[in-house]
Design a protein around this ligand. Structure first.
Ligand code: PML
Length: 278
């Protein structure tokens, strides 16, 4: 029975629905989904209602855009395994992040500098970037063409028939916050990109100190604290192995190539980080 539903949903035309909210030109919130046409209006309404009911800061410009996806171009992929490292404070969290990055193949010195860069604000003059920085994993050279906009990973989602099950499994594991699934899906797409070695991320939401390092071999590795609560700095850095893809091709893949996830990886219980794990 469920097979019939899955195949009929998969055959329906799919739309990428993307919401973005700004205040005086500054990015406030964004979210996106890939859904069949029949779900577009509900998803538009869900995404728009986040802006109304969400933060204490009210946006002055909100746009929601729906665009048909070319189903022949759609890739299917598996979400990475999830682990959570409990650390005592953000300083330890940042040291763990640097170790996880170097375990993934980022030069150790580049890894430490990258953590510091995100802590200080990777945009011009220490501002928070709108998208992600792209960094050469061996040299630390910044490669994105616009250092204030960066690159925005986009056009990825969980297959609609899997969403409820994934949300329920994450909820049972204590990972029901919507940021977890959203970040997991984004990281899943980023580490599927040719030439990507790892991703480092923590939120610019002052109330959300959790962040992660993701790489293909070790999955989505959450770190319980990467900044003190109240700190508005955050962002993403994508580390690349030089010479795999041109930055134009990589950016095009990350921003435009649609990826749908139809399986959730293993969810490991949270564990304390002990020296030697790396
Ligand atoms: C989590 O796994 O708890 C999400 C961490 C990163 C959140 C990034 C963001 O929402 O901006």
């Amino acid at each position: 029975m469920s097979r019939v539903i899955i195949s009929s949903t998969m055959d329906a035309p799919l739309f990428s629905v993307r919401m973005r909210a700004t205040l005086r030109g500054r990015h406030l919130a964004g979210a996106e989904r890939i859904v069949p046409l029949s779900d577009v209006s509900q998803v538009v309404s869900d995404l728009m209602s986040r802006v109304v009911t969400g933060a204490d800061v009210v946006a002055d410009d909100v746009s929601c855009h729906a665009e048909r996806i070319d189903s022949d171009a759609l890739s299917h992929a598996n979400l990475p395994d999830i682990s959570t490292w409990q650390v005592s404070d953000f300083q330890e969290g940042r040291a763990v992040a640097a170790q996880l990055l170097s375990r993934a193949g980022v030069d150790p010195d580049v890894a430490s500098r990258a953590v510091q860069l995100l802590a200080e604000g990777a945009g011009p003059g220490g501002t928070v970037m709108r998208g992600a920085a792209i960094m050469d994993a061996a040299t630390g050279v910044r490669l994105e063409s616009d250092p204030s906009r960066g690159v925005r990973a986009s056009r990825m989602d969980v297959a609609i028939e899997c969403r409820r099950d994934f949300e329920a499994r994450l909820h049972r594991a204590g990972l029901g916050h919507r940021r977890v699934l959203e970040a997991l899906v984004l990281a899943g797409k980023v580490i599927s990109a040719p030439g990507i070695v790892a991703e480092l991320c923590w939120s610019d939401d002052p109330e959300y100190p959790v962040g992660y390092v993701a790489d293909r071999a070790h999955g989505y590795q959450r770190i319980s604290e990467l900044k003190p609560v109240g700190n508005p700095h955050g962002g993403r850095i994508f580390f690349v192995k030089p010479g795999t893809l041109s930055i134009i091709e990589l950016t095009n893949y990350l921003e435009r190539h649609p990826v749908m996830f139809d399986s959730l990886g293993k969810i490991n219980p949270a564990a304390r980080w002990e020296p030697g794990h790396g």
